[in-house]
Design a protein around this ligand. Structure first.
Ligand code: G3P
Length: 216
């Protein structure tokens, strides 16, 4: 499974990129607004930091507007993936942008039927928001399983990009279910390698080594 970072914070992205484990980045209008950097400048810097797919979301709400913005965004860098919302207009735009050979990420997906439509329109990625479903008492990860089944049934190649990830358990379940990508906030990414028994074991090894006065 590929790991993307869900962030528009350049400090976080730089630190994440340095681990060598990051395959791409997703942003959304809320994250970009928080970054305090102009959209184009931000995208160019992210493209320099991470040599992989970088999702940049359109803000027009009608299909012609989304197509125009999507074409403009895709010209900024060959790694830009145009993110469009899962609305009727967004699906229309996805179909046209896909026909133009532009990579797309259909976002704000909350049901298997929505995911089916995104794939039918040629989306490169679909982004089911698991955390926001959990928030309203619906099992978010079940959606991932359902989408996998739908895509397998019809041989769709649209990649399942698990979004709205809130904790390492979401990441584990994504791996177990065979999701193609999980986009992970930086604070969750930093928790993935942590285990209290690893820390405890290492402290013990170091204490024993020191007590015996050994050197390499
Ligand atoms: O980028 C889309 C998604 O990952 C947002 O997550 O935590 O705002 O629901 P969240």
């Amino acid at each position: 499974m590929k790991i993307f970072i869900d962030s528009a914070n350049l400090d976080e992205l730089e630190k994440a990129a340095q681990t060598g484990m990051i395959d791409g980045v997703t942003t959304n209008p809320s994250l970009v607004a928080k970054s305090g950097v102009s959209f184009e400048k931000l995208l160019m810097r992210i493209c320099e930091l991470v040599p992989g797919p970088i999702s940049a979301e359109v803000t027009a709400l009608d299909a012609p507007g989304m197509i125009e913005e999507g074409r403009k965004l895709s010209k900024l860098h060959s790694n830009i993936v145009v993110k469009v919302p899962l609305t009727d207009a967004g699906l229309k735009a996805t179909r046209i942008l896909s026909q133009d050979g532009i990579a797309t990420n259909v976002t704000l997906c909350f049901s298997p039927i929505q995911a089916y439509l995104a794939a039918k329109c040629g989306a490169t990625y679909v982004s089911p928001f698991v955390g926001r479903l959990d928030d309203i008492g619906v099992a978010g990860m079940q959606l991932i399983q359902d989408i996998r089944k739908v895509y397998q049934n019809y041989g769709f190649t649209t990649q399942i990009l698990v979004a709205s990830v809130r904790h390492p358990e979401h990441v584990l379940q994504s791996i177990m279910m065979g999701a193609d990508v999980a986009t992970i906030p930086y604070n969750v990414f930093t928790k993935l390698a942590q285990h209290p028994l690893t820390e405890k074991g290492l402290n013990q090894f170091m204490a024993d080594w020191k007590a015996a006065g050994l050197t390499l």
